[in-house]
Design a protein. Structure first.
Length: 564
């Protein structure tokens, strides 16, 4: 038996933290750090606390801060003096902990595996005994009540229920014991990593972090849950692989090429804004049916302002206009500003009714959709606004030439850049701001959020306004892709909502991540592109999308029911 596997009472170690020598290392390192590095950290915290304190006067704060800074300087000298010895001892202690942990982990795993084998055998025997006992009891009941069919049936059902309960209890006890064994095996490695971090005074190591994350994943892994969480993505991945294989066989060329990938990302760029906007509403257990009309609204405004020369479109009898005398930079800012303002205004209009009067967003945004639709078609008579100035169109919606690869010109779509910026902004809002945390709270349980002091009205209205901003930016960029009209963006709301659901943002509220919406948009755009590339009829493409949407919602519902 290796040294260090016996504790001070002469028993085998269950954890490396019980090892006498390792405890001595820990105490020595603590002594070396006490008046050095640890004191520096403590005094810095005291300075921060003094600065934030409202109970201290300005003079007291200055005195405390001055004393702390003097203490820090003295502690730094101790830290420098002990640095070499601390590093040597730390390295020696970690190496000893690694060696000791291997021995302890191997022994614990062997012991727990032996327990698991014994548990399995005991469980099999208990199940066999219950079944034999049940079979004997059922035979006895059949002979006892052979002449009374109704009583016989009741007695048999009662005895079968007893057997079923006994089997359930046996399985529960077995599963609990198995989980304890798995916990023990996993805890050995966790304790090792935590001990090493403690010996390094809280510093982590990449290899240990990767190992710990992998162990935790394996420890928590369940095949049923894996397929429930990722089954749809696996099916879609198989679909894309099939498309990649079929494309050259059908004479359509290679599908998985850099130009095709850039084209998919370019097509997804503007749609990314709409998905990022509606994602917040879905997180609140809502939706938005007005996205397509918002797109048309912003695109028409942008097209009118950036049109080269006099417009051919009148709006409610006003115009046609000619914005060419205005400097191009001012026109671009004006178009973007008006697109955002108008989309925010209509989105906030729907948001007020949903937030204040508790009208479901399905209804409030449906009303907004009809209002915008009517205003646009009545105001423009459905006439396209015409092309955008070619220079500014190339500046925002063009491509950069990267070079030639395998005889093919490679260009990078400029629209990808604003889409990436939008993703970063949305991720920051969702994950790094109080507003983002409140979104999850309201989406998960609005009543509980209200009781905890969160303004449900402000959060809901804020999400609608945020959605309007994303719609405005996306509709502005949409005008650079095609001639805008009142019909621009038809059906975009369905694609955006479907992308979010496929990406794991739950209609039940409070569940989802921005990354899911991004993946969903790319999946749907890639799906459409692949089917078009293979020459599949456009109408049949809706069938594929429909199956994906119903599968995504069904999986979401199953996960929600399991949690309940």
């Amino acid at each position: 038996m290796g040294s260090g596997q016996i504790n001070e009472k002469g028993n085998e170690l269950k954890s490396i933290e019980d090892d006498v020598k390792l405890c001595q290392y820990t105490e020595k390192l603590a002594d070396l750090r006490k008046d050095g590095v640890n004191k520096v950290l403590a005094l810095k915290q005291d300075i921060v606390a003094a600065k934030k304190s409202k109970l201290l006067s300005a003079e007291e704060k200055q005195r405390i801060i001055a004393d702390c800074r003097a203490g820090i300087e003295a502690a730094k000298q101790v830290m420098v003096a002990n640095s070499a010895e601390e590093k040597r001892l730390e390295k020696e202690a970690v190496a000893y902990a690694d060696h000791l942990s291997k021995e302890v982990e191997a022994r614990v795993i062997a012991e727990e595996n032996a327990k698991l084998a014994a548990l399995k055998a005991d469980y099999a025997k208990e199940v066999s005994d219950i079944k034999q006992e049940t079979a004997a009891a059922l035979d006895k009941i059949r002979s006892q009540f052979a002449g009374n069919a109704s009583v016989l049936k009741d007695e048999l059902d009662a005895r079968k229920y007893v057997a079923k309960s006994a089997l359930f209890d046996a399985h529960s006890r077995y599963q609990t014991a198995v989980d304890r064994c798995r916990d023990a095996k996993n805890q050995v490695f966790v304790t090792h990593v935590q001990k090493n971090r403690s010996l390094r005074n809280g510093k982590t190591k990449l290899s240990e972090d990767i190992g710990l994350n992998f162990r935790n994943y394996i420890y928590k892994f369940k095949l049923s849950k894996f397929f429930l969480d990722n089954g749809l993505y696996l099916a879609i991945l198989v679909f894309f692989i099939v498309c990649i294989i079929l494309a050259p066989l059908s004479g359509n060329g290679q599908l998985l090429t850099l130009p095709n990938i850039f084209t998919i990302l370019e097509q997804a760029s503007t749609r990314m804004f709409y998905a990022l906007g509606v994602a917040g509403l879905i997180l609140l257990a809502g939706t938005d049916l007005s996205i397509g009309r918002m797109v048309a609204l912003g695109a028409v405004v942008t097209g009118l302002i950036l049109h080269p020369g006099q417009n051919i479109v009148t709006f409610f009898g006003l115009g046609p206009w000619d914005f060419t005398p205005i400097p191009m930079a001012v026109r671009v800012i004006m178009a973007l500003f008006l697109s955002i303002v108008l989309c925010v205004a209509f989105s906030a209009f729907a948001g007020v009714f949903s937030a204040r009067l508790k009208i479901h967003p399905f209804i409030s945004t449906l009303a907004t959709q009809l209002i915008i639709y009517g205003l646009l078609f009545f105001g423009t008579s459905g006439t396209p606004v015409g092309s955008i100035d070619s220079g500014i169109k190339d500046m925002f919606g063009g491509r950069w030439i990267l070079g030639v690869l395998n005889g093919e010109l490679i260009t990078f779509p400029k629209l990808i850049i604003p889409a990436v910026i939008a993703i970063i902004v949305a991720w920051f809002i969702w994950n790094k701001t109080t507003f983002g945390k409140n979104m999850y709270a309201v989406g998960g349980n609005a009543e509980a959020a209200s009781v905890s002091g969160i303004s449900v009205f402000k959060v809901t209205l804020g999400v609608f306004i945020m959605a309007g901003i994303f719609y405005g930016c996306g509709s502005f960029l949409e005008a650079f892709k095609a001639n805008a009209s009142a019909g621009t963006g038809q059906g975009y709301e369905l694609d955006a909502i479907a992308a979010c659901v496929v990406g794991g943002i739950s209609f039940n509220g409070g569940i989802g991540k921005i990354g899911g919406a991004v993946i969903g948009v790319i999946i749907f755009t890639g799906l459409t592109y692949c089917l078009t590339f293979l020459g599949i009829d456009t109408n049949l493409q809706f069938v594929f999308k429909g199956f994906i949407i119903i599968a995504a919602v069904a999986l979401d519902s199953v996960k929600y029911l399991k949690k309940k």
